[in-house]
Unconditional design. Structure first.
Length: 615
């Protein structure tokens, strides 16, 4: 009986020694100690743990550091490319102070110290940093080796990303191969420094996956600083070294991880639940994918489709564009003419990639424009913020690649894109009209390329087409005909008048298009078209009961009263007729066609004109 109990106890003890983890009493390992598979070190505060683990479904063993509360989250691996196939791994400190991971006589991994430590001690800090110190050589924070100098796929607070311009080793993140294999994966996250411009980039091999945008002096332009989150980036530029780290609230536990698919995730621990909250992801949407819309395209995540060409550019291949293949990007509708002079138009957008560029930190914005104008290959310029109080001139040459609408916090970021003077005049003309401008491609797509089947009328201005925008809104497009007896004067008159008028009995003007030789007005679509379709139709006129006719008459009167007395401008329509009274889906009347209208003075009761107006 006693022998049987002894056998059971011995078996349990052997099982424990082989399969269970035993925590060494402190966070420190001295030269005369070892860590075997099944033993761990735990940092003060019980946040991090060091020991051997098997990732996912793998049976291979690795030496690593993880969160004690969530051991499946591994933040550092020593032998990520040299797995141990059994549980015979041992971590020791050699005589010269080098950390050595071995199995039997075979060395699996070591810290490769260049100096000799007479009294080496290894310590797992509360930050998750594994350090070696020489107790006889000075302060305890004088590390002779630290794991923070050899990041894996995770950046912890206090860990620096480094781009060494000299011979020293860069510090960057590199993804795991997969969830079962911590060996070097395809993706890296590192600092990119060129010509004085710093940004963070995720690479797939040598191919850019996504980028942070350049440093603005406080944060990276495509990753806006969120005041409610407990960290902010710190950039330090020395002569031969650029580093990026976080200033953070030490009471909170946070990390950045580069996953196996090349996505970056910022997490904050919810200690009460021993879980993690996702604070930020990059790429955060399809517009963060590098060059999503190709050269000279801009990505707007708020629109469908997300890609459109920059102003005065058109798709290189409309067929590909229609198939949602934007990789070919866009080309200019008209070539630049440097000899006759070009101009610039301001566009609210993130900075393009720094492929061909120049940076001058001593130039003002006006000087930047002048300098860019002197070079026929300069296609855009902007004012970057390099650091507090330091800006300058940033110029791009060649195609503009990887542009997106700026994040909300960066709505004031602008670039100035070069255009021929002829198209710049059209851009200014549209701006002077104080209306949203529609691209010709957008209007053409909405009206099925101005199909005759979409034509719903024609007047003195030109044909009118029905269309539907990508968000489903119905529009009516008045297209100025070359044969029209009306022209630019009436076009501007209608735009400037109705843009300043707001009344429920006036048709609403949504915008205009003045691209190339085209001149169009885009209105809200009125489902029941004009009043004359009812008045002069034997069947439809029966729909207009006397109460409804009275409502229509009163609506027209209210619109005229507003025009004559209550609007900011005193307006005479001069072409009021049933075809210019439009009816919405509820047969509510709205006055349209202000091309021939005229403004009279506020105290003016009589006005004379020699021009014959109306029909």
């Amino acid at each position: 009986m006693l022998q049987s109990q002894f056998t059971t106890i011995l078996a349990a003890l052997i099982y424990s020694l082989i399969f269970l983890k035993f925590t060494i009493a402190s966070d420190t390992l001295s030269a005369n100690q070892t860590i075997r598979d099944g033993q761990t070190l735990v940092s003060k505060g019980q946040i991090f743990e060091l020991g051997f683990f098997s990732p996912g479904r793998s049976k291979d063993r690795f030496l690593g550091i993880w969160y004690k509360a969530t051991p499946e989250i591994v933040v550092w691996v020593a032998n990520r490319n040299q797995p141990i196939t059994d549980s015979q791994g041992i971590l020791t400190i050699s005589r010269n102070g080098t950390l050595v991971l071995s199995r039997g006589e075979r060395i699996i991994w070591s810290s490769n110290l260049s100096t000799v430590a007479s009294s080496p001690v290894m310590r797992l800090l509360q930050t998750g940093n594994l350090v070696l110190v020489d107790k006889t050589s000075g302060p305890s924070d004088n590390y002779i080796w630290q794991s923070f100098d050899y990041p894996c796929d995770t950046r912890l607070p206090g860990m620096q990303m480094v781009d060494n311009l000299g011979d020293d080793q860069d510090k960057y993140l590199q993804s795991w191969r997969n969830s079962d294999d911590p060996s070097l994966g395809d993706f890296t996250y590192r600092i990119k420094y060129r010509g004085g411009v710093v940004e963070m980039v995720v690479y797939n091999g040598k191919i850019t996956r996504c980028r942070s945008g350049p440093w603005t002096g406080h944060y990276f332009s495509n990753i806006p600083l969120i005041p409610t989150l407990p960290y902010k980036p710190i950039l330090v530029i020395n002569k031969d070294r650029i580093s990026v780290s976080d200033a953070f609230n030490s009471s909170l536990i946070t990390r950045i991880t580069l996953d196996k698919s090349g996505s970056l995730h910022r997490y904050i621990m919810n200690e009460s639940k021993n879980g993690w909250n996702l604070a930020y992801t990059a790429p955060r949407d399809s517009c963060d994918n590098y060059a999503q819309c190709g050269p000279n395209g801009i990505c707007r995540i708020s629109k469908i489709p997300v890609c459109e060409c920059l102003k005065r550019f058109t798709p290189r291949s409309q067929q590909d564009w229609d198939l949602q293949d934007w990789s070919g990007g866009c080309i200019r509708t008209r070539p630049l003419n440097c000899q006759n002079g070009d101009g610039f138009v301001k566009v609210g957008a993130s900075f393009p990639d720094m492929l061909q560029f120049q940076l001058n930190t001593s130039m003002s914005l006006n000087e930047c424009q002048t300098q860019c104008s002197k070079s026929c290959s300069c296609t855009a310029y902007a004012t970057p913020l390099i650091s507090d109080g330091v800006s300058g001139c940033l110029m791009w040459f060649g195609d503009l690649i990887d542009i997106r609408e700026p994040p909300g916090a960066d709505s004031n970021i602008n670039i100035y894109i070069r255009l021929p003077v002829s198209e710049l005049g059209e851009e200014r003309k549209t701006k002077d009209l104080e209306l949203p401008s529609f691209d010709l491609a957008t209007v053409a797509a909405a009206t099925d390329n101005f199909s005759s089947e979409n034509m719903i009328g024609e007047g003195g201005f030109g044909p009118v087409y029905w269309g539907s925008l990508s968000d489903g809104q119905g529009i009516a497009v008045k297209k100025l005909s070359k044969a029209s007896r009306q022209g630019i004067e009436e076009f501007k008159n209608e735009v400037m008048l109705i843009a300043k008028l707001q009344h429920r009995n006036l048709v609403r003007l949504l915008g205009c298009c003045t691209e190339g030789e085209e001149m169009m007005l885009i209105y809200e679509y009125m489902q029941n078209k004009s009043l004359d379709n009812f008045i002069f139709d034997q069947d439809k006129r029966t729909i207009l009961s006397w109460p409804k006719r009275f409502d229509i008459i009163m609506g027209i009167a209210r619109g005229l009263l507003y025009l004559h007395h209550d609007s900011r401008l005193k307006i005479i329509h001069r072409d009021l007729k049933t075809s210019n009274i439009l009816l919405d889906e509820y047969l509510n009347p709205k006055i349209s066609d202000f091309g021939l209208a005229r403004i009279v003075g506020g105290c003016q009761n009589i006005s004379r004109t020699k021009r014959v107006i109306g029909t």
